[in-house]
Design a protein around this ligand. Structure first.
Ligand code: FE2
Length: 876
């Protein structure tokens, strides 16, 4: 037995097996933790087998012991088993096994008392030395203890023999009749202190699926470095996640698989609701979605039937807090109570607003919705929409005043604001540079080629119209101003092509025509924003990365752990979107100009425009001519327009993310060949390219994944899309589009100059304002969109902002922990940088009388609709 009176014990004469991997002799510091000193050192000097093949301890252990390398020595005294206590933390959940309802609960209580509800098995990290097969696990039932701070604890005792080696995983069998949510498992009594397993996962009931769940420790391993005893378990777990691709998925399953968007239509209900399959064809390419396996429709065997709830792998579902306050129930509440009430209140679905003041009254007087309470609307679900409880008693639905209207109710009318919003508004992703002349620069928003093929089809639909449009802007080193709008209608019904150019004008007639042309372009931009910049490029394109990551990267893979926080809730919000927003007859189709062609159009544009490499912000800016490479400029890019708030704040955020990803990747991939030889990583990237985005698999622009730099660029791009890009196009939706004259989603009638009847032209000349109001969305269209945008612009109380929470596995690696702290610090600095920019009077795109400051890329926010805050993931 050694004396433990000193913290530093030099063991100079270590026998060879106890030296470091390369034979270097380490100065050994044992147990600098006071917790450890309480025990006899002899008890910790177990057989070297307990500590891994080189007699050393894991990095996790080192971390817990102050980051020092520790070597252990066997003594005869230590060849004995240790007692280990496992504590399992379980979160009580609605519908989980602690629910106070149902017969099965009674049975579960009895088995809980008997202590036979949760079977744990410790898995050794080491294979048996000679035969290379896994060692037998050590089993034990956990019995239920009291609950602490709302968490129910279960405890199990184990005796671990010295030859067992390091514990690498725990298997869990839930013998309750219902699923349970495990937050973590803690093993105490192991030689170098406790070992934690962060679970945060649903464990199915044994009765649903007899297969045991596996949880690995918080230490990350590249596949080639997997402890020998865990190799098969690692592979087996991935096989389970991939599933067999057959049958309908059940709600407790965790299977990730692919399917096309063949579930948007509902031809069995009405043949008018049939929609083409998006994905899987040259004509309509699309990213893949998560497979649910529902049976086909009767009308069309290639389409999947609709259902009231959509399968997502169990751990992708919203937390109960998000469900209650912001997620499905809120959307559901809006769709099933608010929208029908609005429809009752507004008897004529085509009725527009008679005056501009009638639009303003939505914010002050409100809409009288007599059906509101009958439709089950619960005011606490939508605290913002109802500004006072008494309003609900009167059945008055009053909308919150949107930021743009609050600051300056006339700003939407001005050309400067029209251009400013192309750089600092909701869709700063469409503007392109045409030519950079000596002093003046020409810019364009071009919706000509993409929209033109759909103009005639859309015009056959009721209550909408469409043009191909091009809007030119000029920048004179001070302000961006619109120069001209060209609207085009292709030949139709024997009439030749119609094309006209509008300019701001200096007569009353030309000024009104200019306003009408701007309204058309704004509707085009609204549609493009919602369908492309928002839905397609963030929500839709991210789902394949998530599916591939769960199928190909083990939960112990460092890149899985890096990406995982950025995938939170995306699969579920996308499933909700297919259920109620982007489906046939859903909110998007009924509110946006392209009507039932909306999603089809997003597929065509995916085919024409989307490329992974351009999703990286610097490449996106360069491809649009909005920046050029300049090694002397900050972030290596010179912006074509310096005062481009989305780009300048975005580049700061991009480079902060990239630095974090660089530190992380270079820590785990120390040898440059490791990226190419990492089979899981390669399988993930191959699947993203050839399956999830398989309709684009032959494109030449897909980045290779061979070096650390390749990996850093790919991962940074994905994190940027899920964080900065999504935040910039999502959380300002109510602020900018809540006052719809600023961004109408649809313009319902053509320009009065396009083949007008005498009567139409006369009416325009007599009442131009009425012509504009009649073109705007109907009352029901406008209020429906306002209600939905309000929900979509809100942060949930359990939102996780970028760089806010350290993952447990990062905390255990000192280098990663330090890199994350640096990441967090730089994000806090960014808040200050953005505030400073907004206070700078020289930056007129974010500062000035009535101008809404640009805060969409400020990293942190309080819950609710704040028009700021960058969450880790696409969760709304
Ligand atoms: Fe979103």
């Amino acid at each position: 037995m050694l004396n433990t009176s000193t913290n530093n014990i030099n063991l100079l004469l270590l026998p060879k097996p106890f030296l470091g991997e390369k034979g270097e002799q380490n100065n050994v510091q044992l147990f600098n933790s006071s917790r450890v000193h309480k025990a006899s050192v002899g008890a910790f000097f177990l057989s070297r087998k307990l500590y891994g093949s080189d007699g050393g301890v894991t990095r996790a252990h080192r971390a817990r012991n102050g980051g020092l390398r520790v070597k252990a020595v066997a003594t005869t005294d230590s060849e004995q088993a240790v007692k280990v206590k496992a504590t399992v933390s379980v979160k009580p959940t609605v519908g989980g096994f602690l629910t106070n309802v149902g017969f099965s609960r009674g049975l579960d209580d009895i088995t809980d008392v008997l202590g036979k509800t949760l079977l744990l098995e410790l898995v050794s990290g080491e294979a048996q030395e000679k035969r290379g097969v896994e060692k037998a696990t050590i089993k034990g039932y956990a019995h239920r203890l009291k609950s602490e701070d709302g968490i129910v604890k279960y405890e199990a005792d184990f005796v671990v023999p010295p030859e067992f080696g390091e514990v690498g995983a725990v298997l869990v069998e839930n013998e309750h009749h219902k699923e349970m949510y495990l937050t973590d498992i803690l093993l105490d009594g192991l030689p170098f202190g406790s070992v934690q397993f962060s679970c945060n996962s649903w464990v199915h009931a044994k009765y649903d699926n007899p297969e045991k769940r596996v949880f690995f420790t918080n230490k990350s391993y590249l596949p080639s470095q997997t402890p020998s005893g865990l190799k098969k378990l690692r592979e087996k777990e991935l096989e389970n996640m991939r599933g067999d691709g057959k049958g309908e998925r059940k709600s407790f399953e965790r299977i990730y698989d692919y399917d096309t968007y063949n579930d948007l239509g509902d031809p069995d209900k009405d043949i008018e609701l049939a929609r083409p399959i998006l994905g899987g064809s040259k004509e309509l390419p699309y990213p893949r979605r998560c497979r649910t396996g529902r049976p086909p429709t009767k009308t069309d065997p290639s389409s999947e039937s609709r259902a009231n709830s959509v399968y997502v792998p169990r751990d992708e579902t919203f937390s109960e807090l998000k469900q209650t306050q912001f997620g499905f129930k809120t959307v559901y509440s809006v769709l099933h109570a608010v929208v029908p009430s609005l429809e009752i209140a507004m008897v004529d679905p085509n009725l527009g607003f008679p005056y501009f003041t009638a639009i303003d009254s939505l914010f002050n007087e409100g809409v009288n919705c007599p059906g509101l309470q009958q439709h089950g609307f619960l005011p606490d679900m939508l605290p913002r929409l109802i500004r006072a409880v008494s309003d609900l008693e009167d059945n008055m639905l009053r909308f919150e005043v949107p930021k743009i209207f609050d600051r300056d109710r006339f700003s939407w009318f001005r050309d400067e604001e029209f251009s400013r919003q192309t750089l600092a508004g909701l869709n700063p992703l469409s503007i392109k540079c045409v030519t950079a002349l000596k002093e003046k620069k020409l810019f364009i928003i071009d919706y000509h080629d993409a929209f033109l093929p759909y103009v005639n089809k859309v015009r056959e639909l009721k209550g909408t119209t469409l043009y191909g449009s091009r809007t030119l802007f000029i920048y004179d080193d001070e302000t961006l101003r619109p120069l001209a709008i060209e609207l085009t209608r292709p030949p139709c019904n024997g009439k030749p092509q119609w094309k006209k150019v509008y300019m701001p004008g200096n007569s009353a007639t030309s000024a009104w025509l200019w306003k009408l042309a701007k309204a058309h372009v704004l509707a085009h931009d609204s549609g493009y924003h919602q369908l492309i910049s928002h839905w397609l490029r963030t929500h839709c394109c991210t789902e394949p990365y998530i599916i591939a990551a769960n199928r190909q990267l083990s939960t112990m893979h460092p890149i899985y752990r890096l990406l995982h926080p950025h995938f939170r809730y995306t699969t579920e919000i996308n499933a909700l979107a297919r259920l109620a927003l982007i489906n046939a007859g859903g909110i998007i189709e009924s509110s946006f100009s392209p009507g039932k062609y909306s999603l089809e159009l997003s597929s065509v544009i995916y085919g024409l425009e989307w490329r992974f490499d351009h999703e990286a912000l610097p490449n996106d800016l360069i491809s649009r001519g909005m920046a050029e490479e300049d090694p002397s400029a900050p972030h290596g890019l010179k912006l074509t327009i310096e005062d481009y708030p989305y780009a300048s704040d975005g580049l700061e955020l991009w480079s902060i993310i990239k630095q974090w990803v660089t530190d992380y990747v270079n820590h785990y991939y120390k040898d440059p060949s490791l990226v190419e030889s990492d089979q899981e990583l390669q399988a993930w990237w191959t699947e993203v390219r050839t399956v999830g985005h398989g309709d684009k698999k032959d494109e030449p622009w897909w980045p290779n994944l061979k070096t650390n730099d390749d990996l850093i660029q790919i991962v940074t791009t994905i994190i940027w899309v899920t964080s900065g890009h999504h935040a910039a196009v999502n959380f300002g939706q109510y602020a900018y589009a809540g006052y719809f004259p600023n961004r109408p989603t649809v313009i319902r009638s053509k320009m009065p100059t396009e083949d007008p009847t005498d009567e139409e032209w006369k009416h325009f000349l007599e009442k131009p304002e009425e012509t504009l109001l009649r073109s705007y969305p109907s009352q029901i269209q406008a209020t429906r969109v306002m209600a939905i945008l309000d929900v979509l612009s809100g942060h949930s109380p359990d939102e996780e902002y970028i760089g806010e929470n350290m993952e447990p596995s990062w905390e255990e690696e000192p280098m990663i922990k330090a890199a994350f702290e640096k990441f967090n610090g730089r994000l806090k600095e960014l808040e200050g940088i953005i505030d400073e920019r907004n206070a700078n009077e020289a930056l007129r795109n974010r500062n000035g009388a009535g101008v809404v400051p640009y805060e969409l890329l400020k990293p942190f926010s309080t819950p609710g609709v704040t028009a700021m805050g960058v969450p880790n993931s696409i969760s709304i």
